[in-house]
Design a protein around this ligand. Structure first.
Ligand code: PXG
Length: 456
């Protein structure tokens, strides 16, 4: 460990570091938790705490911490060729190998890839490619992209415009023109007396209404996360994605699957699109692509859109210095090899994902403070409710989710609170014994919250 102490790091942080999605003044008053090392599913803080990382970092460390093979892949590549660009008629071996590897695991037809460094950049790239595609096809009015309320697609200007988490907009005069939103299929919160399937159909029908309202000749694409992550692990109701896809095809609207969270095994298959039968024109990959060991993202293009672009668009005037960075690509390749060879994705779908879902429900589904436990594979949400039957939430000012999160942290578990929805997304390599412990700690946090509220 480096020689500095917690107080010194916190002070340097306080004086100089502006954190993402943070109130700097408030954060400075409280001080940051300094994470110093990690192994498997555990992270360690500079104060000697050891916590189960129930969020796999930020939904990304799919193969868990401390995999030497990834460190070695980076080390070897840095010695061999630490950097070269993919502009000006150049490429590098790991870049080409990753470009060829991704179509082998992606849904059929997604045979072309454009590399970036983050999920936000990848979605910005898609926004530009959608515009370019319809310009190339001679339909220059067909540009609006429809996204959903509660969605998260990133922080850059276009990606933030896609987001349906509306608190992200007013500070920056967003969304930009050319973005529209429809309700999310958030049955638990908004579905009332309807069945989940009926509510799913209702929210899918909102897409058709929006397309007709805007005019199909002005709508270029629809974007959705197979399961909505940062919005609160919002699951697509049965039949939802099939209906969304039918509507998109009917009006010649491109389908974008944002797989930044669902990709690379999280739902028990390689992609959420595999789990829900989505046949996207564009796919966004990031996070699990390198298990978070290096910043890298990828846009996959289906032959349907790549064909005309390659044939007719000429030079695509878009790209980043680090598009296809050889070290990031070498690490991603090794990560995919490990996910594949160790059967981690398959195990998540067949064994460990179902085990996690059952254990979480057994322990919490009937808890007096819990309105619903939902999820698939190794992604889950626990809804904390004031009234389990009507699914009514506690008043926001009670900050029930934050209370529960604090109890979780104090009890050695990183569990995220999205309002009063507690979310979990642990590394896919978690063992059954570790799941038992994670569920025990999550349940203890919910119990402690119930005690604070006087709920019995
Ligand atoms: N799409 C989805 C579906 C995401 O979840 C992005 C795009 C953007 O990726 P980058 O790499 O630009 O961050 C994300 C990122 C949270 C949280 O609090 C979620 C994300 C990022 C930061 C925080 O749940 N998701």
């Amino acid at each position: 460990m480096r020689a500095n102490s917690t107080a010194v790091w916190q002070d340097m942080d306080r004086q100089h570091h502006m954190h993402p999605f943070s109130d700097t003044q408030d954060l400075n008053a409280r001080g940051t938790r300094i994470i110093t090392k990690a192994e498997g599913i555990y992270i360690h803080s500079s104060e000697g705490e050891k916590l189960i990382d129930g969020m796999a970092g930020l939904w990304c460390v799919n193969i868990g911490y401390g995999r030497k093979e990834l460190a070695k892949a980076a080390y070897d590549q840095m010695l061999e060729l630490p950097y070269y660009n993919t502009f000006f008629q150049s490429s590098t071996p790991p870049t080409t190998e990753l470009a060829a590897r991704l179509p082998q695991i992606a849904p059929k037809g997604l045979n072309h890839v454009f590399f970036n460094n983050s999920g936000s950049e990848a979605n910005d790239t898609i926004v530009k490619l959608v515009r370019l595609y319809w310009n190339t096809m001679g339909m220059s009015k067909k540009k609006t992209i429809i996204a959903r309320d509660d969605s998260y697609h990133g922080s850059t200007l276009a990606a933030a415009s896609l987001c349906g988490l509306t608190h992200m907009h007013p500070q920056f005069d967003l969304p930009l023109p050319g973005f529209a939103h429809i309700p999310a299929p958030y049955w638990y919160r908004d579905g009332g007396e309807m069945s989940p399937a009926d509510y799913g159909m209702k929210t899918a029908a909102a897409l058709e209404q929006k397309i007709l309202e805007l005019g199909a000749d002005t709508v270029g694409a629809f974007i959705g996360e197979p399961i909505m992550g940062a919005g609160g692990v919002i699951m697509p109701p049965p039949g939802y994605w099939a209906e969304i896809q039918r509507i998109c095809r009917k009006y010649d609207v491109l389908v974008i699957a944002d797989e930044v969270i669902c990709g690379f095994g999280r739902t028990g298959k390689w992609f959420g699109s595999d789990t829900y039968g989505i046949d996207p024109d564009f796919m966004t990959m990031a996070k699990g692509l390198s298990s978070g060991y290096m910043p890298i993202s990828a846009v996959m293009l289906h032959d349907r859109v790549a064909g005309p672009l390659i044939e007719k668009a000429g030079e695509i005037a878009h790209g980043m210095t680090y598009s296809g960075h050889p070290v990031a690509c070498a690490v991603a390749l090794r990560n995919i090899e490990i996910l594949d060879q160790e059967g981690i994705v398959e195990r998540c779908g067949r064994e460990i994902g179902p085990y996690f879902q059952v254990k979480l429900r057994e322990s919490l589904a009937d808890h007096p403070l819990v309105g619903e436990v939902r999820g698939i594979g190794l992604i889950a949400a626990i809804e904390l409710a004031a009234d389990r039957k009507t699914r009514r939430a506690h008043p926001a000012e009670k900050k029930v989710g934050y209370t529960c999160r604090s109890h979780a942290t104090a009890g050695g578990l990183v569990m995220r609170a999205i309002h009063d929805t507690m979310v979990l997304s642990p590394p896919l390599v978690i063992t059954k014994k570790e799941i038992d412990e994670l569920v025990r700690r999550a349940t203890a946090a919910v119990n402690a919250t119930a005690k604070d509220l006087g709920v019995k």
